[in-house]
Design a protein around this ligand. Structure first.
Ligand SMILES: [Zn+2]
Length: 339
């Protein structure tokens, strides 16, 4: 399988992370890249470097105001006396009102959903390369590849059109999907990450031309809490084009595969020309987030079931954190997809 990755994606190296209020090391570590590269190579991937596509394909999903914020906020933050080394918000609007603050602190709260996505000097550049990796994979699929793996890091599925969150800045899966849409493909995004793909859902919520489906731990007691419930079905022209399949924590392979079966039936009914798989590996039983107790062998079965759709596929890396089996889980998934 063809795969894409750019070394610049490693440079984003977030330090801060609050877990239940307690400062912890940020789990979205550059070392994830080493494990994922090894896993992709073991699965037989040849890894290519994407080109720099500029802001065009990114601006097809994200607002100009947000991209300007991401590009300049670190520099602005450094000018605040006594500010933290990384940009971390300390105030959020309870709802988006009419006003857009001029202050860096106010804008950080406006554009960052939580404290899990600190911004450093390297963040915007790394996030752009991560997005371009997804664009290159989409282009390879458009050029005739059956399935292409995009090693995107930082991940993307918690990023909305103008909000970062949950380790994510630019929504790589959405950007890949839009790239396929621009080539007149009918597209589904299937998100199998442990966490609900709230950013992806938000981006396409009012659109009927991209089906979004997410299987994840029930947000009643799990991040991202405010999205991912079964009754969120889309709105306006997008009504019915969003499907959430929340699962109880620790529910295991069989429950995941049953939910996947429901997802695949909905996808077949939508009759897409191409699929973007938002591939989180954090549903794994040994992942630090340990949420759904999926096994390594389970990832092969999940991949084989998705591959049976026989749709051209862009496989975009989302979550999956440092644990012994991270690389093996990617190998297991890509092997299942190639069968
Ligand atoms: Zn996740």
């Amino acid at each position: 399988m063809k795969a894409f990755y750019a070394e610049e994606q490693r440079r984003h190296d977030p330090k801060a992370f609050l877990s239940s209020g307690a400062p912890k090391p940020n789990p979205e570590q550059p070392e994830r890249v080493d494990r994922l590269l090894a896993g992709a190579r073991t699965a037989g991937c040849s890894i290519e470097r994407p080109q720099a596509f500029g802001l065009g394909p990114i601006a097809a999903i994200h607002t100009a105001e947000y991209l300007d914020f991401l590009q300049h906020i670190f520099e602005r933050w450094q000018r605040i006396e006594g500010a933290s080394a990384e940009v971390i918000p300390n105030i959020h609007p309870i709802a988006r009102g009419g006003s857009y603050p001029a202050s860096a602190v106010g804008q950080a709260g406006y554009h960052m959903a939580d404290t899990a996505c600190p911004i450093s000097a390297e963040t915007f550049d790394s996030a752009c390369w991560s997005a371009w990796t997804a664009v290159a994979a989409a282009d390879a699929v458009l050029a005739g590849s059956d399935a292409v793996y995009a090693l995107c890091r930082p991940p993307g599925h918690h990023a909305f059109a103008d909000v970062a969150g949950g380790f994510c800045f630019l929504n790589n899966s959405a950007i890949a999907a839009q790239r396929l849409r621009d080539a007149a493909k009918r597209v589904v995004i299937l998100d199998v990450d442990l966490h609900h793909g709230n950013g992806t859902q938000g981006i396409f919520y009012a659109r009927g031309d991209v089906l979004t489906v997410s299987i994840h731990a029930d947000p009643a007691r799990f991040y991202p809490f405010f999205w991912g419930h079964a009754d969120e079905r889309g709105e306006g022209p997008g009504l019915g084009a969003n499907l959430n399949l929340p699962l109880p924590r620790k529910s295991g392979d069989e429950a995941f595969l049953e939910a996947l079966d429901v997802a695949l039936r909905r996808i077949r009914a939508f009759a897409p020309d191409a699929i973007v798989v938002a591939l989180g590996l954090d549903a794994f039983e040994g992942d630090p987030f340990g949420g759904l107790s999926v096994t390594t062998a389970g990832f092969t079965r999940i991949a084989a079931a998705i591959a049976a759709l026989r749709l051209p596929a862009v496989i975009v890396q989302e979550g999956g954190y440092l644990c012994e089996a991270l690389g093996d889980n990617l190998t297991a998934f890509l092997a299942g997809f190639s069968r």
